[in-house]
Design a protein around this ligand. Structure first.
Ligand SMILES: Cc1cc2nc3c(=O)[nH]c(=O)nc-3n(C[C@H](O)[C@H](O)[C@H](O)COP(=O)(O)O)c2cc1C
Length: 254
């Protein structure tokens, strides 16, 4: 078991540059904070954290995420209730819903071509976003195209060798959007930490009620709620000592 209370398990390497030390400091000091002070998170700080969140790696740069900052008193009151009145929501300076979208890949593929920084847009980029991405995601009514895609994928795999499976079902696309969005959520929490603030990711919320409150449709999925603010130190804002199982349990060198 490793605990980071005093970082005694950390191995300092010769490559411990100031940049690496700063990174370690951000990662190692991030905790899930359940009680925050009344110190607000300034708008420009939050905007910078969200900008850093959206620099997260994401598949084909399709950016299938959205962030709802729940600031209005009325919405916030209901959102806290939907988080089952958890302290991490109730005491947060900002409450953010992190959303994965399964309906946006096509629009974003078009937007990439419109906003592509290199002009003219290279042909292979155009082909990628019009053909490859479309084939990856398109399912057709009742997944009819998926059946054809499945067949074609099996043939290519057998004849030509390894090929990435396209997305056959709504669940495949939802997993795709969720994976990408979770990376942005982590960037957001680390950015808050680097700015001297803290956060708590929350899966403990009433999803249908929260979706109703935010006006989300069936293609907009709440990956997590994030409560953010300044950590309450006097009143034990962190509930327990941080620990993880031994690395050997999880890492496989093959
Ligand atoms: C997807 C997800 C959902 C979580 N949901 C909650 C939650 O509803 N309430 C809560 O207090 N903490 C929640 N947590 C925080 C975890 O309990 C916490 O990350 C874990 O215990 C490890 O502690 P640490 O983040 O301080 O290292 C959640 C974390 C994640 C990643």
């Amino acid at each position: 078991m490793t605990s980071n209370t005093d970082n005694k398990d950390r191995i300092a390497t010769p490559s411990d540059t100031p940049q690496l030390q700063a990174f370690r400091e951000v990662v190692e000091s991030r905790r899930s904070v359940r009680r925050f002070t009344e110190t607000p998170i300034p708008d420009d700080v939050l905007a910078d954290c969200l900008r850093l969140a959206m620099l997260a790696p994401n598949s084909s740069n399709l950016q299938p995420w959205a962030f709802y900052v729940i600031d209005s008193a009325e919405s916030r009151q209901q959102a806290v209730k939907n988080c089952m009145n958890q302290n991490a929501a109730k005491t947060s300076a900002r409450l953010i819903a992190v959303i994965a979208r399964t309906d946006i890949w096509h629009d974003h593929a078009q937007q990439i071509l419109r906003e592509y920084p290199d002009k003219p847009v290279p042909k292979k980029v155009k082909d990628y976003y019009t053909k490859v991405v479309t084939m990856d995601f398109l399912r057709g009514p009742a997944n009819v195209i998926s059946a054809a895609k499945w067949g074609a994928t099996q043939v290519v795999r057998r004849v030509k060798g390894p090929i990435k499976s396209p997305y056959y079902t709504f669940e495949d696309t939802k997993n795709w959007a969720t994976n990408n969005t979770a990376l942005a959520a982590q960037n957001l929490m680390l950015a808050l930490r680097a700015h001297g603030f803290d956060s708590c990711p929350m899966g403990g919320f009433d999803e249908p009620a929260m979706k109703r409150l935010l006006g989300l449709n069936d293609d907009q999925h709440i990956v997590m709620m994030i409560g953010a603010g300044e950590r309450e130190r006097a009143d034990n804002g962190v509930y327990n000592t941080q620990f993880r199982f031994d690395q050997d349990q999880f890492v496989h060198y093959v």
